[in-house]
Design a protein around this ligand. Structure first.
Ligand SMILES: *Cc1c(COP(=O)(O)O)cnc(C)c1O
Length: 361
């Protein structure tokens, strides 16, 4: 770990040290090709193997059932806010949105520009401290899909389990928890995630989509914006972000070597339990999320005064702990405990928080 910061950033976030070192080892001469992967055609044999390994590895580790396809796209989760309604909501129909934070608000706003939407639930009135209870969700049985954010990166909440939607396909923005915990893919018509939290570097976006939904897109939709295009071309319709796909493949193998999703989820649970226990035992720190909705990957908390929060951030940085400032729209503090954040970083943070409270509490 020499020289490595304790990186609690929310994204782009920490990558596994083993993955970075493996990539460094083959950066200049990729597996004997005499050139870097960065310099190589995306139609080359060497890249083709990388591409297929990333796609197959993702399907394996996520437990993607037959009848669903994995796509590697660009444009981040934010492009999915637009592609989802363009592809899945037919003319004149409506889509439901469960509003649990800023990212779901953005997804809803984008869908609203293009057609009918309903907010089927919102916890904004409670500062997004929790996800809605079953009885608070008013789903339209005729909706084309019901969109939710599986983990709310900014507020630090997640859905411990997902609402029943009958025949309405669930669509999940899983940007910050895909690959950090098992998700029931078979319950979702579509899941998407920008890679830069748990999956790899920025620049590649993972979509898992149920194949029967691919036929809903209207003829007028540009080819590049259709899921069907990318499915039929195996995510090689145009130049993919080759190096990001390569790193994603290495991360998938790293997860598999740690026992797959069950393995990394168990370690993530230990990390989160440690930090929440420290916050609960303290008089200085106040957790933002209600216990039943607490995220296992983004832990949000506040101190009584902003000045003290600033002091804490400066002292943390001096102790080699970075990325702890809350999202610019909500302030406070946030520790992201994604897959690549080692347990030692979390124990170091807990020790630091105790020490800070002893000095300044
Ligand atoms: C980070 C994040 C986004 C934004 O992702 P981009 O790739 O920057 O578009 C959207 N939703 C969630 C839940 C996120 O965590």
């Amino acid at each position: 770990m020499s020289g490595r910061a304790h990186n609690f950033g929310a994204g782009p976030a920490a990558l596994p040290l083993e993955v970075l070192e493996e990539a460094r080892g083959e950066l200049v001469d990729f597996r004997g090709a005499g050139m870097s992967l960065l310099e190589m055609s995306h139609r080359s044999k060497a890249y083709d193997a990388v591409h297929r390994e990333a796609l197959a590895g993702l399907a394996r580790v996520l437990g993607v059932p037959a009848g669903w396809s994995v796509l590697l796209l660009q444009g981040g989760a934010s492009l999915q806010f637009a592609m989802v309604p363009m592809n899945l909501r037919r003319a004149g129909e409506s889509a439901d949105y469960l509003v649990t934070g800023e990212w779901s608000q953005k997804a809803l706003a984008e869908a609203r520009r293009l057609g009918g939407t309903r907010a089927a639930a919102s916890t904004e009135g409670e500062a997004f401290r929790r996800v809605p209870r079953a009885g608070e969700i008013d789903l339209d049985p005729a909706a084309e899909y019901a969109h939710l954010t599986t983990n709310n990166t900014i507020y630090g909440t997640w859905w411990p389990q997902f609402p029943e939607a009958g025949d309405v396909p669930l669509v999940g923005d899983a940007s910050s928890d895909l690959l950090a915990r098992p998700l029931p893919v078979e319950r979702f018509g579509l899941l998407y995630a920008g890679a830069q939290k748990n999956l790899g570097p920025a620049g590649v976006t993972v979509v898992v989509v149920r194949d029967d939904l691919l036929d809903r897109a209207p003829e007028s939709l540009p080819v590049i914006l259709r899921y069907r295009t990318h499915r039929d071309k195996e995510s090689l319709y145009n130049t993919p972000p080759t190096y990001a796909v390569y790193l994603l493949g290495l991360v998938v193998r790293w997860v598999e070597a740690r026992g797959g999703l069950a393995g990394v989820a168990a370690l993530n649970r230990r990390k989160a339990d440690l930090l929440y226990a420290a916050l609960d035992a303290s008089d200085l720190y106040r957790g933002h999320a209600e216990p039943g909705s607490r995220s296992g990957v983004n832990v949000t908390f506040r101190l009584a005064e902003e000045a003290l929060e600033k002091e804490l951030l400066a002292a943390a940085a001096a102790a080699g702990m970075v990325g702890l400032a809350g999202h610019r729209s909500v302030g406070g503090l946030r520790a992201s405990l994604y897959n690549a954040v080692p347990l030692e970083s979390v124990t170091a943070l807990v020790d630091f928080l105790r020490d800070f409270e002893a000095r300044r509490g």
